[in-house]
Write a protein that binds this ligand. Sequence first.
Ligand SMILES: Cc1cc2nc3c(=O)[nH]c(=O)nc-3n(C[C@H](O)[C@H](O)[C@H](O)COP(=O)(O)O)c2cc1C
Length: 232
Amino acid sequence: MSLLEDLKWRYATKKMNGAKVPQEKLDYILEAARLAPSSSGLQQYKIIVISDKALLEKIKGIAYSQSQITDCSHLLVWVAWDGYSDTRISTVFNAMMDERGLPHNTMDSYKSLILNLYETKGKEWQAHHAAKQSYISFAMAIAAAAEQKVDATPMEGFVPEQLDELLKLKGTGYKSTVILPLGYREEANDWLVNMKKVRTPKEAFITEMTIADAAETDGTPVTLNLEDIITK
Ligand SMILES: Cc1cc2nc3c(=O)[nH]c(=O)nc-3n(C[C@H](O)[C@H](O)[C@H](O)COP(=O)(O)O)c2cc1C
């Protein structure tokens, strides 16, 4: 099936049947999530996988009693950096250079550029920026699950602070951002399963623009040339 067919097949499953997702399908979904792009390649997030029933029961309470939490096979929890630092960014860049057989200082100019930029933005912006990256990985996992015919319910319906406490994230530099129960639909008891998928019509969703539609700005162009700086 094509990706579009898979995306039409999937829906935010409301009732799961408790059946287990095979390990190879789980691995495939996690690998798609790992391969997601992220800003500057920092992968400012990671995934916690939970199938322990007692822990899922506790999480259900934090997730407004949504039944998918305990009826799923595995719960994926994305956790993202709570901020940027020289150490964090250097660790990722050094590992990247090692894998590519390049000296650690290869991208020093670029590293300084983003570090200085992030510093001016403050901690809240930084955590938000890292969280946004985790959603790209989250979306890849949703698409991969659909391809594997595994149901998944994207979820923000939980209290992040309480989940952070339960998963002992406090003090680790990570905060939970979004969660994804994986499992199989229980069609007979799912009110959403046969509902039409509703999306903004194409004409309203997509806008093509030319220079004639753009504003006549007199703003000074950005002088920074990223192509000059990116590998220096
Ligand atoms: C970031 C995000 C958070 C969501 N949170 C929840 C949630 O907590 N519980 C739930 O049942 N559905 C949740 N949804 C599902 C959306 O309501 C659903 O994706 C949307 O209505 C479109 O329907 P579809 O996914 O069935 O195509 C969430 C979706 C996204 C993308």
